[in-house]
Ligand binder design. Structure first.
Ligand code: ZN
Length: 104
């Protein structure tokens, strides 16, 4: 095994796929439902579109233009999709203490 393969094998022991998400994102259905509810509160279904110059109309169209994303970055892995293993935490701790590269 050459040095590059050894290093890659070692690096693969430092992190593991996040168990809280899929590829770094989590479902954001709760925020999407809250957004739909805000729209329905402003303009109940079946009541027609509001006058865009009215207070309700301005709020409705502003809200309509900023829907939340269907998925958001996972809070556990900050969207990377990977979390540190115990060895990974040890290495990042080492780097935090000595990672500026300055030999003292
Ligand atoms: Zn995650």
């Amino acid at each position: 095994m050459n040095n590059t393969r050894r290093l890659l094998a070692l690096l693969s022991t430092l992190e593991t796929p996040c168990t809280n998400c899929k590829n770094g994102t989590v479902d954001n259905a709760e925020a999407v439902e809250a957004w739909k509810q805000r729209l329905n509160d402003l303009v109940p279904p079946g009541s027609g579109l509001p006058n865009p110059h009215s207070m309700t109309g301005r709020r409705y169209y502003d809200e309509l233009q900023s829907p939340p994303p269907e998925r958001t970055a996972c809070p556990e892995c900050s969207g990377s999709g990977m979390t540190l293993t115990e060895a990974g935490r040890a290495v990042t701790g080492f780097l935090a203490r000595h990672g500026n590269g300055a030999a003292r």
